[in-house]
Design a binder for this molecule. Structure first.
Ligand SMILES: NC(=O)c1ccc[n+]([C@@H]2O[C@H](COP(=O)([O-])OP(=O)(O)OC[C@H]3O[C@@H](n4cnc5c(N)ncnc54)[C@H](OP(=O)(O)O)[C@@H]3O)[C@@H](O)[C@H]2O)c1
Length: 276
């Protein structure tokens, strides 16, 4: 089915998983889609998506990519900040350098893309910024502390931005997926300190098995893509929306209702932290 209101959309991280599925579905709906990846061959790709090479870790690469889209399409109506990756390991085992590398993509990548597209949106008095956060942006997760921290940062950034640009006709939305079965699991880096010598080795490995199993049985990328399409086509999108299995979406609600200690005990039990 096609959509009557064609939007020009930039989506980062469109080579895999949620980004690839959303790019394809949006193109099928008749929108003009520019999808980015770090190593793509630029130009028309499969599925009707135009490919743009962009490394969100690199300001010059982001600025060049956005300028090339503006030169080609004249405007960007919607940007979808989707590029991201995860790191496994205890907080204590993660170096500042490893954390900085993660934040370069998950946090500063979002900032770079926003800074590049917002001037054009403000000038036209219209636009939408959709950012893929995570359930991990709402609650700390054991052995994914730096990943959760990066998504908490994105939540604060987008909540703030939403208020700053509301007078400019720009809407800001956070999408918070639970587990989605994508290449995210195999792309996860491990903190160098989480190896054999780590004091956390045994609980880390137990939790990692659970994390990987949860992700492997997560919802398909198409579910997240459908939610993104709804947001792109919604003239009045919400600040937040969740996507995922019902129990994981419920966790986001329960976290606000249960005492912290009770909620943390539930999570600790899920990740088998109390076993010897
Ligand atoms: N899968 C889940 O369970 C889950 C749950 C909650 C939230 N999320 C979030 O969903 C988003 C998409 O993840 P996914 O699950 O679809 O993972 P994925 O299949 O690994 O896809 C990640 C995408 O990000 C791109 N990327 C990574 N680093 C980049 C960089 N520096 N510059 C530009 N692009 C970069 C990759 O492109 P190239 O490598 O080709 O450049 C790829 O297209 C991420 O923000 C992730 O945190 C995922």
């Amino acid at each position: 089915m096609s959509n009557t209101c064609n939007r020009i959309v930039l989506i980062t991280g469109a080579t895999s998983g949620i980004g690839a599925a959303a790019a394809k579905r949006l193109a099928q709906r008749g929108h003009t889609i520019y999808g980015t990846g770090r190593h793509v061959q630029e130009g028309p790709g499969s599925d009707g998506v135009r490919l743009v090479r962009m490394d969100v870790d690199d300001t010059a690469s982001v600025d060049r990519g956005v300028a090339s889209i503006l030169g080609h399409a004249g405007r960007i109506d919607t940007v979808i900040n989707n590029a991201g990756w995860g790191i496994g390991g205890a907080v204590e085992d993660t170096s500042v350098e490893e954390a900085l590398a993660l934040f370069q993509t998950n946090v500063f990548g979002v900032l770079r893309v926003c800074r590049a597209v917002l001037p054009g949106m403000r000038a036209r008095g219209a636009g939408a910024v959709i950012t893929v956060s995570s359930l991990g942006g709402l609650m700390g997760l054991p052995f994914q502390g730096l990943y959760a921290a990066s998504k908490f940062a994105v939540e604060g950034l987008m909540e703030s931005l939403a208020m700053e640009v509301r007078g400019n006709g720009i809407r800001v939305t956070l999408i918070e997926p639970g587990d989605v079965a994508t290449g995210f699991t195999s792309a996860r880096r491990m903190a160098a300190g989480s190896g054999e010598g780590s004091a956390y080795r045994a609980p880390f490995l137990r939790a990692l098995r659970q994390i990987e199993s949860d992700e492997g049985s997560g919802v398909p990328a198409g579910d997240a893509a459908r939610a993104i399409v709804r947001l792109v086509e919604d003239p009045s999108p919400p600040l937040r929306t969740t996507v995922g299995k019902p129990d994981q979406r419920l966790a986001g609600i329960l976290q606000g209702l249960l005492p912290d200690g009770v909620f943390q005990r539930i999570l600790a039990s899920h990740y088998q932290l109390d076993k010897r």
